[in-house]
Design a protein around this ligand. Structure first.
Ligand code: ACO
Length: 322
């Protein structure tokens, strides 16, 4: 049975950067508060004419180029997002058309910040069972469109961006295991409390915004991520010291530090982009991965642990040999 191996990474960020100082002019906050509580210094925010799929298209082309494959060889597209371009069709299908690909399955996954790990987990199964040989996996978001720019508790946290990877069947190595979970009882700690079939009036009134009980989310996130680290290591009978790189979801530097501590890892082995990108939800892990691959930190055959936690609650991990 073949492994599913990441053979190329790509990412794209909107040019427009909003700093903490910029936010000081919009809400009652300070650069110091944001840095101390979250580690964030700036975030990229899409222009009105940029969409989740337009960012994803750039990231996908870069990933395919890095993998050295022809876009026409892609036989599966899985797109993680909570901020799709349209209610339907899926962003994966819109992306597929923009890339000039026809006929292969293309669908979206909605697991908020854990979306990329969920997508990778699904693609791993497709490749292992022989249903796909070259898959495009995308995490892309324009969270700035569902942020209430008057709510200081949330607007300082999020950013926009896209990351993509090409995953190919490989006889030697690749994804070692994936672990995904969810628990819907926490729905209201982190949600957009309206949609098409519920509270639609709120959507029509222009109030479809993120609501989060940050403090409670924080506690569950730290605890849950600690447990998924144990689950992943046990499943692979590996030691903490076997992991070369932690590539975590970038929600908050304090959550990342807690996970690194749990793994006895030096911060030199942890990829951190939250300072520059903020929380880009499903895009954060592939954005971080691409940054560390392109600057030469992550090298072939190193062992990476990807982990994420997000709305749902959802959480998950992927252990892989790059
Ligand atoms: N500037 C200044 N003060 C602020 C700001 C701000 N931007 N935001 C909140 N405050 C105030 C609060 O009003 C509160 O004031 P009070 O004590 O007078 O009531 C005080 O700061 C402390 O607020 P807390 O919410 O307790 O602050 P906390 O230390 O928990 O940090 C944060 C908040 C950064 C949101 C943190 O809780 C967090 O990161 N939570 C986890 C977020 C997360 O991981 N989400 C999951 C992924 S996201 C996804 O799935 C979409």
């Amino acid at each position: 049975m073949p492994y599913a191996r990441i053979t190329g990474t790509g990412s794209y960020l909107p040019e427009n950067v909003v700093t903490n100082k910029d936010l000081e002019k919009m809400v009652d906050t300070t650069d110091q508060w944001i840095r101390e509580r979250t580690g964030i210094a700036q975030r990229h925010i899409a222009r009105d004419d940029e969409t989740t799929v337009s960012l994803a298209e750039q990231a996908s082309r870069r990933a395919a180029e890095a993998a050295g494959i022809d876009l026409q060889d892609i036989d599966l597209i899985v797109f993680a997002t909570s901020t799709p371009d349209k209610i339907f069709p899926a962003s994966a299908c819109i992306l597929q058309a923009r890339l000039g690909i026809h006929g292969c399955p293309a669908f979206d996954i909605q697991a908020v910040c854990s979306g990329f790990v969920y997508a990778l987990s699904v693609v791993d199964k497709f490749i292992r069972t022989g249903s796909s040989k070259k898959a495009l996996v995308v995490g892309a978001e324009v969270f700035s469109r569902i942020v209430n720019w008057e709510d200081r508790g949330t607007c300082v946290l999020f950013g926009d961006g896209a990351g993509a990877v090409i995953v190919e069947a490989d006889e030697e190595t690749g994804i070692l295991s994936t672990h995904i979970h969810s628990d819907g009882q926490y729905e209201e700690l982190l949600h957009v409390p309206c949609g098409i079939s519920s509270n639609y009036e709120q959507v029509k009134a222009g109030g479809a915004f993120i609501e989060m009980k940050g403090n409670e989310v924080f506690k569950v996130a730290v605890n849950t991520l600690g447990k998924i680290v144990d689950e992943t290591l046990e499943a692979n009978q590996m030691q903490k010291s076997d992991i070369n790189w932690l590539v975590p979801h970038q929600a908050n530097l304090r959550i990342i530090l807690a996970t690194a501590k749990k793994l006895n890892m030096s911060m030199d082995q942890v990829v951190v982009t939250v300072d520059k990108h903020g929380n880009t939800s499903a895009a954060s892990i592939p954005l971080a991965l691409d940054a560390a691959v392109r600057d030469g930190r992550i090298k072939r055959n190193e062992v990476l642990l990807l982990e994420a936690f997000g709305g749902g609650f959802t959480w998950g991990s992927a252990l892989l040999r790059y």
